[in-house]
Ligand binder design. Structure first.
Ligand SMILES: [Zn+2]
Length: 261
């Protein structure tokens, strides 16, 4: 299994692949507090794993390269808990735009963001839009959990907790599968209720409440029922869904038509 890493290429091979229409995939993750029991690198471990494996699968059908995962994101709403490295929203937006422009300077015309942290999502979509407005290129962007709703429903993942939630049963199951030595099982409390109301409100409405954007204790639901075997099933379903999405979007972005205006 060879992961088609952008950063394993040389400037010469990258120039060649850019001219051949290869799609540059940029995984977006975070380093932020994940409750008392999960490592602060949780989103990066998950996103890196999904992006690398999905790109391996997709690369049998489409030409793509996966760039280094951005391990720090926009996590301002976690700073008060400690254990968080974060860019402000304006800095993060500029950073994504400038990474895109670096790829454009290197000849790439198809840029795709694959995200693994909620706080990055609106800024990622904005950066993808700005890049396509300002340059004659294709862009696309999505968060991994939005690509696999049906598969996770089939696996009844919501019984584990909020999907994806934050440091609850779902994410803890994923880390239990990926890096079990990093789960502090003795730190999981049994009294944490589900916080289904987080970000809930009238349809289409964002509801912000100071100090409660990630739940009372900085996580969304209890991880008591977390399970490594189920985490492995979720991961595989998410990799398969992300790979299908990559193929679909890369083929769509590869339709040869002239850019107007
Ligand atoms: Zn997370």
């Amino acid at each position: 299994m060879t992961i088609p890493y952008f950063h394993h290429e040389t400037r010469e091979t990258l120039k060649q692949k850019a001219s051949q229409g290869f799609v540059a995939v940029i995984p977006l993750a975070a380093t932020e507090q994940h409750g008392p029991h999960l490592p602060v690198y949780t989103d990066t471990l998950i996103c890196d794993h999904i992006a690398a494996n999905a790109c391996v699968k997709a690369s049998t059908s489409v030409n793509l390269l996966v760039a280094p995962t951005l391990t720090i994101g926009c996590s301002q709403h976690h700073l008060s808990y400690g254990g968080t490295l974060s860019f402000s929203s304006s800095t993060y937006l500029h950073m994504l735009q400038e990474i895109g422009e670096s790829l454009i300077a290197g000849g790439f015309r198809r840029i795709l963001f694959l995200n693994g942290h909620g706080g990055n999502e609106p800024l990622m979509h904005q950066a993808a839009q700005d890049l396509a407005v300002n340059h004659k290129i294709w862009t696309a962007s999505a968060s991994y959990w939005s690509l696999c709703r049906a598969e996770l429903t089939d696996l009844q993942a919501s019984e584990m907790g909020m999907v994806p939630g934050h440091a609850g049963g779902f994410e803890t199951s994923l880390i239990a599968a990926l890096a079990p030595q990093l789960v502090r099982w003795d730190q999981i409390r049994d009294s944490h209720p589900k916080r289904e109301w987080i970000n809930a409100g009238p349809p289409g409405t964002f509801v912000g409440r100071h100090g409660l954007l990630t739940g009372d204790d900085g996580y969304t639901d209890t991880a008591l029922t977390a399970d490594a075997a189920k985490g492995e099933l979720y991961l595989q379903a998410m990799i398969d869904a992300a790979a299908r999405w990559l193929v679909q979007v890369c083929q769509w972005m590869n339709t040869e038509e002239e850019f107007e205006r």
